[in-house]
Write a protein that binds this ligand. Structure first.
Ligand code: 3PG
Length: 401
């Protein structure tokens, strides 16, 4: 696809789709990774003399204006990060957007209101897309983390205006391709999180792509149960035991090793500081629940990672927000970070809680790459085509369908 190297933006109005769906608590942004990652594109467009019109969704307002889901508070944070003032338009189409854009000088940046305040956005509605396209001359998509959505601002616009990938989009794709499409082998995937049901497609795809899948978190319990182990009061999707057995069998035939925890941390109740103990995975007491992998498992995983060249990480290995059940995730994350620092491992992480878990371990900066994407990262791992990326790759062909 084409990038900012392929277009002269001076004097042009550029619609830039970014992902400002940032985590907020009490009106304050709690993690600004998504903001810092879009700055290179915004600075470059501005420096080259474009009028920069920033588009994003925020949260899930369900197609109507919801005041608490306005992007206005994010405009202030974006302005601070960018080091220039950013006017805010109360709507992403029509007169409010047009008049804000008309007031921009070359190099100026404006943020438009939440695209999801219009139901047509998520319907990928063509008439609405045309109204949005009228606002600009060029479309830049810098929101890899929204690329799994076929919405007006992530997909349709790419067919209506000359379309380019932004710098963040380029960087995300480059790293994910390095990790999964042409990786240095052996490749390990650490897959954690609470539920197997949300990761079935992902496991099915990874079995063909990686050499080892390390399973932790609540989803490991379902696999242990499927192997006939007692899991006590642990979170466990017992109805998926057959599916888990199929996955284990398929992995063997395709030469992918699935690694489950040898030992686990158990407690009678799930709360911060609850009394806990380490037991072998086959000796979980009936009145206790698994909340983390144990130290033997963590050490073994470190040895396994030391033999690998590439690591893809998605999901925590235990209930990391609730110490002491963070120890397994922290130990393995730090081992991966140390191997990365010594140049022995390419480590790529992404999805939902994963970045928070790595930050908690203090190693998010030390991974080779941390994706800003949650759902899009998962769909990528599932091997799915992402509509936002596909539209950039072949805008004319897709439009002709
Ligand atoms: C995300 O946070 O993963 C993206 O911003 C997409 O948000 P969505 O799941 O509401 O489409």
């Amino acid at each position: 696809f084409r990038t900012l190297d392929d277009v002269n933006v001076a004097g042009k109005t550029v619609l830039v789709r970014v992902d400002l769906n940032v985590p907020m608590k009490d009106g304050r942004i709690t993690d600004d990774l998504r903001i810092s990652r879009i700055l290179p594109t915004l600075h470059e467009l501005s420096r080259k003399g474009a009028k920069v019109v920033v588009l994003s969704h925020f949260s899930r307002p369900d197609g109507k204006p919801v005041p608490e889901m306005s992007l206005k508070p994010v405009a202030a944070a974006l302005a601070t990060a960018l080091g220039s003032s950013i006017p805010f338009a109360e709507d992403c189409v029509g007169e409010p957007a047009q008049s804000a854009i008309d007031k921009l000088r070359g190099g100026g940046v404006v943020l438009l209101e939440n695209t999801r305040f219009h139901a047509e956005e998520e319907k990928n509605d063509l008439a609405f897309a045309k109204r949005m396209a009228e606002l600009g001359d060029i479309y830049v998509n810098d929101a890899f983390s929204c690329a799994h959505r076929a919405h007006v601002s992530t997909e349709a616009l790419a067919h209506l205006l000359p379309a380019y990938a932004g710098r963040n989009m380029e960087v995300e794709l480059k790293h994910l391709q390095a990790a999964l499409e042409k990786p240095e082998k052996p490749v390990a995937a650490v897959i954690g999180g609470a539920k197997v049901s949300t990761k079935l497609e992902l496991l099915g795809n990874l079995i063909d792509k990686v050499d080892k899948i390390i399973i932790g978190g609540g989803m490991a319990n379902t696999f242990l149960f499927a192997q006939g182990r007692e899991v006590g009061k642990s979170l466990c999707e017992k109805n998926l035991a057959d599916t888990a057995r199929d996955i284990l069998r398929d992995a063997v035939t395709r030469g992918c090793a699935i690694i489950l925890p040898d030992d686990v941390v158990v407690a009678r109740e799930f709360r911060q500081g609850a009394p806990s103990k380490v037991v072998p995975a086959e000796r979980v007491p009936a009145d206790q629940m698994i909340l983390d992998i144990g130290p033997v498992a963590a050490a073994r995983l470190g040895t396994i990672l030391a033999d690998c060249k590439t690591l893809v990480w998605n999901g925590p290995l235990g209930a990391f927000e609730t110490p002491p059940f963070d120890a397994g995730t922290v130990t393995v994350a730090r081992t991966a970070a140390a191997l990365t620092a010594s140049g022995r491992l390419l480590s790529v992480a992404g999805g939902g809680d994963t970045v928070a878990a790595l930050r908690h371990a203090g190693v998010a900066e030390e991974f080779s790459y941390v994706s800003t994407a949650g759902g899009a990262f998962l769909e990528w791992l599932e091997g799915k085509e992402l509509p936002g990326v596909a539209a950039l790759a072949a805008p004319a062909a897709v439009a002709a369908k």
